[in-house]
Design a protein around this ligand. Structure first.
Ligand SMILES: CNc1nc2cc3c(=O)[nH]c(N)nc3c(CC[C@H]3O[C@@H](OC)[C@H](OC)[C@@H]3OC)c2[nH]1
Length: 376
């Protein structure tokens, strides 16, 4: 069995769990935040910096690598870990979501999705089998099923029809994966859909449990729905996912989203916010976000965050980062990205520590109070 997941603590006052996910390449302490490395790079950081951050697993994306350089190039160079010099774990998304958010002119059929590359317009086709072939060729440790993420908003009927297609595709993913993957090293996660409708979420889960997966993701959220719908849907479905398997909430979220979703039973997260916001000049701090392009920081010699221990906060000032941002210097992205990921990974470490100490309930309360005061 390639993937081991052990729950060491179940929080007495919430659905949160402290656990450990073990692949053949790294031990992943959970709850975990996974930096997004879409095209085989976590933008602006070296792999050495990711190791300095103690990141144990990063993401890459089937859609982007399928388009460029193509899975055959990476496979023939020994797979994605060797290609990008990353010996720890990699999770790859299946590409369905990107086809809908990036691809041009796509047509969905039972077979799969035909679309044009957003890079050069060439006609391409992704299906459950092609997505599995790509992720298997990349050598990804955790492979995501090829699903359809319905747009938001969508009618109950549209969401039902979509989840039924996702279920048929999930069955095809399982079959192809089991016939072609290196199951000693690679695992397949199913993705629960169903929009914000509890009855459809239960229906989607029922179908996936019948197929059986090494882990279960909650898809179809963080697509524009109101926060309360995301939290309520997560609160409904996360505790219903198998307790002995990892639970992954895709595309989430802000620091507050991470705390609230851990409390609702989620183990794994990914989000582009810490990396994308950094490149746009927004950094996260314990008292909220700072937009370094704001003139108030031009002569502010404080660190980004006085409570942060990262090398950026120990050495550089807001004024310096503000200057680099305004000047469009590459170093601005490097330093802001490193700090933002440190902020996210440090938050997850504090969450894990609170769970170990049986103090997560108090952690959530204090986090919410601080959140309110910073929003005032
Ligand atoms: C932002 N909100 C959000 N809701 C999402 C919902 C879904 C979903 O239902 N199915 C699938 N398959 N993917 C989803 C994704 C994409 C995450 C990927 O998108 C890439 O980040 C943009 C990254 O690729 C490295 C990541 O890899 C897992 C979502 N993202």
């Amino acid at each position: 069995m390639s993937l081991r997941f052990e729950v060491s603590v179940r929080d007495p006052t919430t659905e949160a769990r402290r656990g450990r996910l073990i692949t053949t390449r790294s031990v992943i302490e959970t709850p975990v935040f996974m930096p997004v490395g879409t095209a085989a790079t976590v933008k602006a950081l070296t792999q050495e910096m990711l190791e300095a951050l103690d990141a144990r697993i990063i993401l890459a994306n089937t859609y982007h690598l399928f388009l460029r350089p193509g899975q055959a190039v990476i496979r023939d160079l020994g797979g994605l870990h060797r290609f990008m010099g990353w010996p720890r774990s990699i999770l790859t998304d299946s590409g369905g979501y990107q086809v809908f958010s990036l691809g041009e002119l796509r047509t969905v059929s039972e077979e799969g999705v035909a679309f044009r590359s957003h890079l050069d317009g060439t006609k391409l086709f992704l299906s459950p089998e092609v997505s599995m072939e790509v992720q298997i060729a990349l050598g990804s440790d955790i492979v995501m099923a090829f699903d359809e993420c319905p747009p938001y908003p969508a009618t109950h009927d549209q969401v039902r029809i979509s989840l039924e297609l996702t279920e048929r595709w999930a069955r095809r993913c399982r079959a192809y994966f089991d016939a072609h993957a290196d199951r000693d090293r690679q695992s397949l996660f199913g993705i629960v859909q169903g929009g914000i409708h509890a009855d459809l979420r239960a229906r989607s889960l029922e179908g996936l449990l019948d197929i059986g997966f090494e882990g279960y993701a909650i898809g179809g959220l963080s697509v524009g729905e109101e926060k309360r719908h995301m939290y309520d849907t997560t609160a409904f479905i996360a505790p219903r996912l198998p307790a002995d398997k990892p639970r992954y909430l895709m595309g989430v979220g802000t620091p507050a989203d991470l705390v609230e979703s851990v409390a609702r039973g989620v183990d794994m997260f990914d989000c582009v916010m810490p990396t994308r916001h950094a490149r746009n000049g927004t950094v996260f701090t314990t008292t909220g976000r700072l937009n370094l392009r704001n003139a108030r920081y031009i002569q502010d010699e404080q660190p980004l965050d006085a409570e942060c221990a990262c090398f950026v906060c120990r050495r550089y000032s807001r004024a310096y980062l503000a200057h680099l941002m305004r000047a469009g210097e590459i170093l601005a992205s490097v330093l802001a990205t490193y700090h933002n990921l440190h902020h996210y990974l440090d938050l997850m470490q504090r969450i894990r520590h609170a769970l170990e100490q049986g103090a997560f309930g108090r952690f959530v309360t204090e986090f919410r109070h601080r959140q309110l005061s910073s929003e005032e």
